[in-house]
Design a protein around this ligand. Structure first.
Ligand code: FES
Length: 311
């Protein structure tokens, strides 16, 4: 029976003649990514053929189209479209390597926040984050790949935010909204946890970027804005489609602070409220005087410097 060796799993996988590499790989218990379900509509199942390309079926039209779009090198094949047709030495490598995929599968759809029916006043640190240059990145890729990358990105950022006792409460395209201080925090703790999360998210990005470089010849930079203030938390939406939400002026202002990064060429801005709550250990760069849309008067925003990264 034809077989192939696949790394980094270090397994020999037997493939029936009618099976694709992806089917054989999954049957062998390998966490082989396949975001579109095996329909040549993403590129996440790709394998690099290190030895034995002559043993594989030729690419069909669907694979050629996708390979052309994503600009695959000659040694890359879609596992879901490729069969092993002959016996011999065949060595494949999966560039989408993935404990993260497994973990993602387990957590998708779970929401750790309890829905609150009634609005409740709270003081919170509010963080908005988006990805710089996301639109051209997304335009160049199949939708399934974008979904795959965003899920990975949100997962990694969410882990950092959770570690700092924060909660992601909304996603909008490539952006996210997170809050800090929902559970038992002083204002100083909430502000510090939010800023530390922002710093750590940038560090986490340095680990994600080599993956994006390898897969898509791209890397991400994020823009962060944080504010602190009085908000109302609660549940909005109709029965069966409800979600936890925060409403109030400080939320709108946090969003505007995040977008101000574009104006000032920065990546991490905080409000005066937040700065006043932080210890000296947080390094502040430039301060920027600005008018925020929908807000009266001038506001000073402060740039948080991120140690040990190129951001
Ligand atoms: S699983 Fe999407 S192209 Fe193979």
């Amino acid at each position: 029976m034809p077989s192939f060796q696949i790394s980094p799993d270090d397994k020999i996988v037997h493939a029936e003649l009618e099976e694709t590499i992806l089917q054989a790989s999954l049957k062998a218990g390998i966490a082989h990514a396949h975001a579109c379900g095996g329909f040549a509509k993403c590129s996440t199942c790709r394998v690099i053929v290190e030895t034995g390309s002559e043993l594989l079926s030729k690419p069909g039209e669907a694979e050629k189209k996708l390979a052309n779009k994503v600009k695959f090198p000659n040694d890359v094949r879609l596992a879901c479209q490729t069969r092993v047709e002959g016996e011999g030495k065949l060595i494949l490598k999966r560039p989408v390597i993935d404990d993260i995929d497994l973990e993602l599968t387990n957590i998708m759809g779970k929401n750790s926040l309890e829905l609150q029916k009634m609005g409740e006043p709270k003081k919170l640190a509010i963080m908005f984050v988006d990805i710089e240059g996301y639109t051209p990145f997304a335009e160049a890729l199949p939708s399934y790949d974008i979904m795959h990358v965003l899920n990975r990105y949100f997962y990694l950022m969410g882990k950092v935010i959770n570690k700092k006792r924060g909660n992601i409460i909304d996603y909008y395209g490539d952006g996210l909204l997170a809050i800090f201080g929902l559970y038992e925090s002083t204002p100083e703790e909430a502000a510090l946890l939010a800023v530390e999360a922002g710093i750590d998210m940038n560090k986490e990005l340095q680990k994600l970027n080599p993956y994006l470089e390898k897969m898509y010849c791209k890397s991400f930079k994020i823009r962060i804005g944080i504010n602190y203030g009085n908000v109302i938390t609660g549940t909005i939406g109709i029965e069966g489609m409800q979600k936890f939400s925060v409403i109030g002026d400080p939320v709108n202002m946090a969003s505007r602070i995040e977008t101000s990064n574009k104006l000032f060429g920065t990546h991490f801005l905080i409000s005066e409220n937040v700065k006043a709550l932080l210890p000296d250990t947080i390094k502040i760069g430039k301060s920027c005087e600005t008018v925020l849309k929908g807000k009266k008067g001038n506001h000073t925003l402060y740039e948080v410097l991120i140690p040990d990264t190129n951001v």
